[in-house]
Design a protein around this ligand. Structure first.
Ligand SMILES: [Zn+2]
Length: 269
């Protein structure tokens, strides 16, 4: 029973880790690279919560696990933007889940039962599912990433179906709620001041994390009521959609976790 987890993940991990900690641009300083990684992972999380919000506010049916559905919608919305920024955010999110698994494995080398009872798929599965959406959407752009992650050619090819199915399923559900003119309700974003996370909070606010997510991911839909998206210190590294009031909360602690994660991975090598 010993070390099953590392045997599963460890085969390709040195090569994958090396790819993850190489900034896309050689000119980038370490701090800029760490900040961008934290920003992009935070952006994916906000999109994921917007996924929950669209499901909740629009009353969409969910077949299977809602957490997987929210990941799928977040990945799809980013991929449909077809910009370098959105592509990089999704790559960083896949890297983030991969590192999160590797980091947890340092603490406890085996999965415990709680991992399987959880609402979310395992971090490694979330990572590979995002990679599959990427390479399924655009083989030309993402095959290098998928190959770095150790995904073989057959699986890369079959991901095209996974992506197409996700895209057409979401389109069927969302199409009746799409709006060319944007929602007629109010979408408000805000950043609460935080003494403990002032630097990461300033980085997210200056990069307009919430404005970007609200504009790109929400503006195409008509919504039944006003929506508020807030970044704040919560006491926990997490993010939430509250179906009671239709709000999304993103916790600074989670952005800090992602930044610590990439610093850890960089120092590990
Ligand atoms: Zn979720």
């Amino acid at each position: 029973m010993a070390k099953r987890r590392r045997l599963a993940a460890g085969v390709a991990s040195a090569a994958i880790l090396a790819a993850i900690i190489s900034p896309a641009s050689a000119q980038m300083t370490d701090d800029a690279f760490y900040d961008e990684f934290a920003f992009n992972n935070s952006l994916f999380v906000v999109y994921h919560e917007i996924g929950h919000l669209l499901i909740g506010e629009l009353g969409l049916p969910v077949l299977g696990r809602e957490e997987d559905a929210a990941d799928s919608l977040a990945a799809l919305l980013l991929l449909l933007e077809e910009t370098d920024e959105a592509d990089q955010a999704l790559i960083d999110a896949a890297d983030g889940w991969y590192l999160s698994d590797a980091y947890a494995a340092e603490e406890s080398p085996e999965y415990d039962l709680d991992s399987f009872y959880g609402e979310h798929s395992l971090d490694l599965q979330r990572s590979f599912a995002a990679v599959c959406m990427m390479v399924g959407a655009n083989m030309e752009v993402f095959t290098e990433v998928a190959t770095e992650f150790g995904m073989d050619e057959n699986r890369q090819s079959s991901c095209a179906f996974t992506f197409q199915q996700a895209a057409s399923s979401w389109f069927t559900l969302l199409e009746p709620h799409m709006s060319d003119t944007g929602p007629s309700v109010q979408i408000t974003v805000g950043y609460h001041p935080s003494e403990n996370f002032s630097e990461i909070a300033a980085m997210l606010e200056e990069g307009e994390l919430l404005e970007y997510a609200a504009t790109q991911a929400l503006m195409g839909f008509e919504l039944p009521r006003d929506v508020v998206i807030i970044a704040t210190e919560c006491g926990v590294a997490n993010a939430f959609y509250d179906p009671e009031d239709g709000s999304v909360v993103f916790c600074y602690e989670l952005a800090q976790y992602f930044r610590d994660l990439i610093v850890w991975a960089s120092e590990e090598q």
